[in-house]
Design a binder for this molecule. Structure first.
Ligand code: GDP
Ligand code: MG
Length: 598
């Protein structure tokens, strides 16, 4: 196809506004995927994604479309992940496009994620086509939502498309608009090869499969490629297009989207944002925008059964092949034994990895509460990055501690402004801005320590607004604060995995709530178990779990055996996620207690 007939676009939307449903429709209406082959939501293929209804990994689909002008066009849809943890990947897939469909639920309106995605699209100079989806719903208010988009985003909505992805309304109009409004790629086929990687995944038979957009030049089967950031070189085994299943071709030119297989061993060697060029005739400059993955949230992972340590290592090694953002190194805890300190892009990324380790690798893990990375300047002037509270230098060795801050943007119906401002305040947020949007909707902007966001900020925001508010955040930098290390003792033994770094003014409150929570979560033992919170050598809160008096089976005295069995089975199940610390059995929940304090 001539480059003038190619259109590369993506769909940006807030979660649940209908991105996947619309993508499915487009594939169906262009005959790319026959209706009977259509699994629900073809593009979201990972199980976890489907369960959570979010797109984690992006993929692409090439559609042939004969437009009203009689010409045949190639439309490449590049899907984007739908979560703030993966915004770097979103920005790289947008960089591979010339346009984007902005899908907004006409019964809801602009949400935080809509805005965050629009900013990324604008940074990449994309042509944005507004689509008001779900107009079939009785509660749809397309005129109000148009006004909202114009006001908040400043995008002309006079030609916004009214659509229902579910009912198939407006789909032709969308396809025609893509052809008419999204500019074709520039014709740079005579330049040296540069292709932008926007996704990659590990396949155990063929090695890493790399998805890319050719920005300049031509890539052919058999070419020897160089990845400009990782500096690795490979011979291409297979090159092809995505229909949306892989279909080999001989070559791809500037403007086209496709995949290569080249026996690449781990996605780390061909990361999102890296530039593919030819080994022999390399481009001088890589494409702009490449960034190293920077883990923002850390936690300890320990097998409940220490015999599983080698299995945990093997599982992490395997996951890493497919996840360049995951980082981990062995950690030895006096309380927990051998495990790993792992770094993640954010909380969702952390949950996904944990869940996969447990489901796919059958591991029983104790996960310690998430921590951010603190920047500590010592009196000697050294700057240390501390991702584990246990490693915080003693107060008499520190000059200052700085912690990461994020800018949080919430969009909410007016009636919840008060309670959300209260949330911002209690999470040590600095209020920055408040704007009234249309019809009683408001944006609130706070600068908040990331540590306060990675606990349960999102859940709190949702429950305080009865699910109506939405939020996004991004890192803005480090700021110094009076922070202290809070330690916890169970049965007089300090438990390093429960140590945390907190603001001085909050330490007493957190210490008290922590011992109360632990009292609730740790089961009774045959002996009394004291619980204490301390800063340095100073105990700031204490509690104890009273000793168990009766044998639980006593209840079944003389009773029937099946009831006894049931009770034992129930106990065994409850025991599964326990870690023995000395003589005390501590359940998984206790290590996450900090996430459940009010
Ligand atoms: P995504 O999170 O943006 O990918 O949203 P989905 O495509 O998964 O859609 C979220 C929910 O909205 C699903 O239950 C869809 O069936 C529903 N949905 C999507 N488009 C429409 C529409 O046009 N009308 C109605 N009534 N529901 C829709
Ligand atoms: Mg989706």
């Amino acid at each position: 196809v001539p480059v003038s007939r190619i259109r590369n676009f993506s769909i940006i939307a807030h979660i649940d506004h209908g991105k996947s449903t619309l993508a499915d429709r487009l594939l169906q209406d262009t005959g790319t995927v026959a209706q009977r082959e259509m699994k629900e939501q073809f593009l979201d293929s990972m199980d976890l994604e489907r369960e959570r209804g979010i797109t984690i990994k992006l993929q692409a689909a090439r559609m042939d479309y004969t437009a009203k002008d009689g010409n045949q066009y190639v439309l490449n849809l590049i899907d984007t992940p739908g979560h703030v943890d993966f915004s770097y990947e979103v920005s790289r897939s947008l960089a591979a496009c010339e346009g984007a469909l902005l899908v907004v639920d006409a019964s809801q309106g602009v949400e935080a994620q809509t805005l965050a995605n629009v900013y990324l699209a604008l940074e990449n100079n994309l042509e944005i086509i507004p689509v008001l989806n779900k107009i079939d719903l009785p509660g749809a208010e397309p005129d109000r939502v148009k006004e909202e988009i114009e006001e908040i985003i400043g995008l002309d909505c006079s030609d916004a498309i009214l659509a229902s992805a579910k009912e198939g309304i407006g789909i032709n109009e969308i396809l025609e608009s893509i052809v008419k409004l999204v500019p074709p790629p520039e014709d740079t086929v005579s330049q040296k090869l540069r292709a932008l990687i926007f996704d990659s995944y590990y396949d155990s038979y063929r090695g890493v499969i790399v998805y890319f957009r050719v920005m300049d030049g031509t890539l052919k089967k058999g070419d020897r490629i160089r990845l400009m950031a990782s500096k690795k070189e490979y011979e291409i085994d297979e090159i092809g297009i995505l229909c949306p299943t892989q279909k080999p071709v001989d070559e791809l030119h500037a403007g086209e989207v496709g995949y290569v297989a080249a026996a690449i061993k781990a996605v780390e060697d061909a990361r999102v944002g890296d530039t593919i060029t030819l080994a022999k005739d390399a481009a001088e400059e890589p494409l702009p925008g490449y960034k190293e993955a920077k883990p923002m949230v850390f936690c300890g992972l320990f097998p409940t059964d220490s015999d599983q340590f080698p299995d945990l290592r093997e599982a992490l090694d395997k996951l890493k092949l497919n996840d360049s953002a995951l980082s981990y190194e062995p950690e030895t805890s006096t309380a927990m034994g051998f495990g790993f300190r792992c770094g993640f892009l954010g909380l969702l990324h952390m949950e996904i990895v944990q869940e996969r380790l447990e489901r796919e690798y059958n591991l029983d893990l104790i996960v310690t509460s998430p921590s951010v990375v603190y920047q500590v300047t010592t009196l000697k002037g050294e700057v240390l990055m501390i991702d584990n509270p246990t490693n915080l230098p003693e107060p008499n060795l520190r000059e200052k501690i700085e912690e990461p801050y994020v800018r949080v943007e919430m969009i909410t119906p007016e009636e919840y402004v008060g309670t959300l401002m209260d949330l911002g305040q209690t999470r040590r947020g600095d209020f920055k801005d408040m704007k009234y949007l249309t019809l009683g909707r408001t944006t609130l902007v706070y600068e908040v320590p990331l540590a306060e966001v990675v606990t349960d900020f999102f859940d709190q925001m949702k429950s305080r607004s009865r699910g109506y508010a939405s939020m996004e955040y991004h890192l803005i930098g480090y700021r110094a604060n009076p922070l202290v290390k809070l330690d916890l003792m169970i049965n007089a033994d300090p438990v390093d995995s429960l140590s945390m770094i907190v603001h001085r003014d909050k330490a007493y409150g957190v210490g008290r709530s922590m011992v109360e929570k632990l009292k609730e979560l740790i089961p009774r033992h045959q002996f009394k178990v004291p619980l204490q919170a301390a800063i340095g050598s100073k105990i700031i809160a204490s509690e104890h779990i009273p000793a168990l008096r009766k044998d639980v089976l006593a209840k079944c005295y003389g009773g029937d055996i099946s009831r006894k069995k049931k009770l034992l089975a129930k106990q065994a199940k409850g025991k599964k996620r326990m870690k023995s610390l000395g003589s005390v059995d501590v359940p998984q929940e206790a290590f996450m207690a900090v996430l459940r304090l009010n």
